[in-house]
Design a protein around this ligand. Structure first.
Ligand code: ZN
Ligand code: ZN
Length: 266
């Protein structure tokens, strides 16, 4: 339960919900994200008009490719943050690794977090990519630019909704319309995501739609990159605290069929 001789942080240490500073940073990041996404939407709309004869495949490529890429990226960053890095590492520890450690100590914490706390971080990490796309990609001037602009728009919409979909997958009694959306398989499903919260907690990291999870599990993608990547990043970010715990029984969904599977499944 220790990393580098230091005590693993408690649930209270990991909870930063009361921080006004962090919520102001989230709000500023979200405002900048929405502003730049509106600019990107205007550019993509203009690009689709210029390349109107290619509009259908551009939209299909962007929507399907961008959304699946968002799922993969959500899984890759989730894998990095679950697998490496100590909460005691300067800056990255409290800002980045803390939230992932908290999620495995207290999976229901995300259901108590407000909209800003759930979605602010993904807005902030998206800003450099969004600014580069808006500033540098020739969306109206070239077909490649239009395709890349539309792809990035769909990708960043997926990234924006990732933590919201993840939160919904942990709601003990979600509204019916969320259950219906989850049952389509287009957003992260409850029983699908449970596979990540079962020991040894090393699979099904993707949390936008989860569509990439079976593919990556079959390829043993995360297993094969874990050791070589660890040798590169652990000297910089430290070793992750071993604080993964089985979620308490109250974290089980209200659905009786899922409840019967026992607390070890959640
Ligand atoms: Zn995790
Ligand atoms: Zn989760």
């Amino acid at each position: 339960m220790t990393a580098g001789g230091r005590a693993a942080p408690s649930r209270e240490d990991l909870d930063q919900s009361g921080s006004l500073t962090l919520r102001l940073v989230d709000a500023a990041g979200m405002a900048a994200f929405f502003g730049l996404m509106a600019l990107l939407a205007v550019e993509v709309d203009a690009g689709l008009e210029v390349f109107a004869e290619h509009a259908w495949w551009l939209i299909s490529f962007a929507a399907i490719g961008g959304y699946l890429w968002a799922d993969f990226v959500s899984g890759f960053f989730h894998f990095l943050a679950d697998t490496y890095g100590s909460v005691h590492t300067p800056f990255l520890g409290p800002v980045f690794f803390r939230t992932f450690r908290e999620h495995h100590v207290d999976p229901l914490a995300i259901t108590r977090h407000g909209f800003l706390e759930v979605n602010g971080a993904n807005c902030i990490v998206s800003l450099p990519f969004l600014a580069l796309t808006v500033g540098l990609v020739p969306i109206r001037e070239s077909l490649f630019g239009a395709a890349l602009g539309a792809f990035m728009f769909a990708f960043l919409v997926g990234i924006f909704f990732t933590n919201q979909f993840h939160r919904w997958a942990h709601l003990p009694s979600p509204p019916q319309w969320i259950r219906r959306l989850q049952s389509t398989g287009l957003i992260l499903g409850v029983d699908h995501h449970q596979r990540h919260h079962v020991a040894p907690y090393d699979t099904y990291y993707c949390i936008t739609s989860g569509l990439m999870n079976p593919v990556l599990a079959r390829l043993r993608f995360f297993e094969s990159i874990k050791a070589p990547l660890g040798r590169l990043v652990e000297p910089i970010v430290g070793k992750a605290e071993d604080i993964f715990v089985e979620a308490p029984a109250e974290a089980l969904p209200a659905d009786d069929s899922l409840r019967e599977q026992g607390s070890s499944r959640w």
